[in-house]
Design a protein around this ligand. Structure first.
Ligand code: ZN
Length: 677
């Protein structure tokens, strides 16, 4: 599981002059992260990171294709225009096209990375046709069209005929992932995990038949394949070497094997060997074996994720998008998460849930704070600030999981938001703002740690409960559960005892920003008239609205008006903590019993709907701040320095590559999949 950025609040002091912020376009601001400590690593560790980062970049094409079946061909056509167009590059059409392409790169496809709605071009169709025609022959784009053997013009015409509705008709492929209750979620979603025309009922039936009902160690069926219609019914095209995406996977294997000799220890080499075996066979049992080896390797300094991991992009939550992150331990901050892990059983035993739903023994929680060195696939450019893996339920139950919080990314967000005016606009008064300035950084990091190290790892299913029972509500309920665990314990005296917060006031900063975000400010990410779709946003919304409503009689939390503007006012922080505990108990019950109707009611009643009047007000106030609601990161560039024999004698890191230059370089150097898949 991943957790995204929680809120946007100002805080933190900075002393160095690293440039965190870069260009802004549409609703996005590009940032950079600093790989603090890279220069102090040994040569061996630097080379290890270098090859692992190459492996992280070779999966890029996979994600583009997973996000939509036209994405790779469109990307090549767009980039040919962007680099080769010799018409008027200052025209409004070209400028609109440039912004469109930057968004397309950012979301690895035609649809918004977060809301999943299709981008509507603001350049004209006729301009696009002319621009494409002007580069078609020179840029050798013939392979984009099935008609390429006839003539350039026939190929161009066939390509345009195919892609124009995809680009310009808002009713074609409107959503990448449609989650609307009651619709056919596969037919109405544009992701490329299911072949054209396959219905939700067919896919569900296919996978229901494959489930081994009494297997105590079930593999994550469907995780690493596309479901297609063959001659004799549905079948899977597995993502593996010599299978679908095999060209990219071979490159990834290559880089992993180059990294292998430089690993920190033999256990890491065993992890790489098992991952390579899995990439070669596509066998999901091998993937579980790999996951177990991976989660148990906690001694090395450098670590990585590389593979088909998160299922947020599949409306059925089965198929995983490709992602990678390479990182190394932040030793100082790891002290914090180790204090939590060491006390995991205490937290489990005191959690405000029915004792039947507690784990008698919480096992294998390892937690660390890391420095990201490279982001790839579905973690780039938009990324998570915390990761808890693996996702397999039985592996987690029997072997535990590994949790990380990514400190240099959190720190970059925090630096970028300083002085943005956000707090002044949305926080109720100066006393509360001062509290957030004083405690906000500490409690944000701590909430992430609690969510990842303890929240996801806590609790158990009742015997016989199918882990997939909650269906489309599963992710939202799970993320809500982890958040609530964090919120509840944030206000516990144990935090002071463990030295994780300075005093008994600190948690209030987190409570205030969480409620402000869940009730109001996260709405800046939603278009007028839309409802909340994304799992993390839904969970924050249902938590905030549920406690707001339940505490209404006692006025625990209020929405008050000042000068015509709405503000969150918290009157009783202790009562708010009790409400978080109460909801944690209920959410854990829903998860443990697999209570689908209750999950649906909670999410649909509290997590999805948007108050139109408040939404309009929040959007209007936010617009006046001129801030981009989404952020993403430009990667650093690693350059090996070689001696005369070609041996790597150093790896240099630099931070000066522009966003478009990075995207074009990646498209050129990690161009692994064919146009027509
Ligand atoms: Zn999570």
């Amino acid at each position: 599981m991943t957790i995204a950025t929680a809120t946007i609040t100002a805080s933190a002091q900075s002393s160095n002059d690293f440039k965190y912020t870069e260009e802004t376009f549409a609703d996005i601001q590009m940032l950079r992260y600093q790989v603090t400590g890279f220069d102090q690593l040994s040569l061996r560790q630097k080379i290890y990171i270098y090859y692992l980062s190459e492996a992280a970049l070779h999966g890029r094409d996979i994600l583009f294709d997973q996000n939509g079946r036209y994405n790779l061909r469109l990307r090549r056509a767009f980039e040919a225009i962007y680099t080769g167009y010799q018409g008027d590059r200052s025209s409004s059409d070209f400028r609109a096209f440039t912004e469109y392409l930057k968004r397309f790169w950012f979301s690895s496809g035609l649809h918004h990375h977060y809301g999943s709605e299709k981008f509507q071009p603001t350049f004209s169709q006729s301009w696009f046709e002319e621009a494409l025609r002007s580069v078609w022959t020179r840029e050798k784009l013939q392979s984009l069209s099935a008609e390429s053997q006839r003539s350039d013009e026939a190929g161009l015409q066939a390509f345009l005929k195919e892609v124009k509705p995809i680009l310009f008709d808002p009713t074609v492929m409107p959503m990448r992932v449609n989650q609307k209750d009651g619709e056919d979620l596969i037919l109405t979603s544009a992701e490329n995990y299911y072949g054209e025309g396959i219905t939700q009922a067919e896919a569900e039936e296919f996978y229901a038949r494959r489930k081994a009902p009494n297997d105590p160690q079930p593999v994550m069926t469907g995780l690493n394949s596309r479901l297609v219609r063959g001659e004799d019914g549905l079948r899977e095209e597995v993502w593996r070497e010599h299978g679908l995406y095999g060209q990219a996977i071979s490159k990834i294997i290559d880089c992993l094997l180059k990294a292998r000799p430089y690993a920190d220890n033999a256990q890491q080499q065993a992890v790489i060997d098992k991952l390579v075996e899995y990439y070669r066979t596509g066998d999901l049992r091998t993937f579980d074996e790999y996951s177990i080896l991976w989660l148990k390797e906690t001694q090395g300094l450098v670590d990585f994720v590389n593979g088909f991991t998160e299922t947020y992009g599949d409306p059925l939550g089965l198929k995983a998008s490709w992602e990678s992150i390479v990182n190394f331990k932040d030793l100082e901050a790891t002290r914090r998460t180790e204090a939590l892990s060491a006390n995991a059983q205490w937290f489990e035993d005191h959690s405000p849930v029915d004792p039947r739903f507690r784990k008698p023994q919480v096992r294998g929680i390892s937690a660390k704070v890391i420095t990201a060195a490279i982001l790839g696939g579905d973690l780039y450019p938009s990324t998570a600030i915390g990761i808890n893996l693996p996702n397999s339920d039985w592996v987690r139950r029997e072997h535990g999981s590994k949790s990380v919080t990514i400190a240099n990314l959190t720190s970059a967000y925090s630096h970028a938001s300083r002085g943005s005016g956000f707090d002044t606009e949305f926080v109720i008064d100066e006393a509360t703002r001062a509290m957030i300035r004083k405690y906000g950084d500490v409690t944000d990091d701590l909430h992430t740690d609690l969510h990842e190290c303890l929240g996801h790892a806590s609790g158990q299913l009742l015997p016989g409960t199918d882990p997939d029972t909650l269906g489309v509500y599963g992710s939202t309920i799970e993320e809500g559960r982890a958040d609530l665990f964090g919120l509840y314990y944030m206000g516990d005296p144990k935090m002071i005892e463990l030295g994780l917060v300075p005093d008994g006031e600190a948690y209030k900063a987190q409570y205030y920003t969480y409620m402000m975000n869940g009730l109001m400010t996260q709405l800046v990410r939603i278009k007028p008239g839309n409802t909340i779709e994304e799992a993390h946003m839904r969970n924050r919304s249902f938590i905030a609205h549920w406690v707001y409503e339940k505490g209404r009689g006692e006025k625990v939390v209020e929405l008050v008006k000042k000068n015509g503007k709405t503000f969150v006012k918290i009157n009783d922080y202790a009562a708010l903590r009790r409400l978080f505990g109460q909801l944690l108990g209920e959410v854990q019950r829903i998860k443990s019993e697999g209570d689908f109707p209750a999950a649906r009611a909670l999410v649909e009643n509290y997590g999805v709907k948007v108050d139109a009047t408040l939404h309009e007000e929040v959007l209007e106030r936010y617009a006046r701040l001129n801030l981009a609601p989404y952020k993403g990161f430009i990667n650093p560039v690693y350059t090996p320095v070689r001696d005369n024999q070609g041996t790597i004698i150093d790896v240099r890191i630099s931070y000066d590559e522009a966003y478009d230059a990075q995207m074009l370089r990646y498209s050129r150097d990690y161009n692994d999949l064919p146009d027509m898949n």
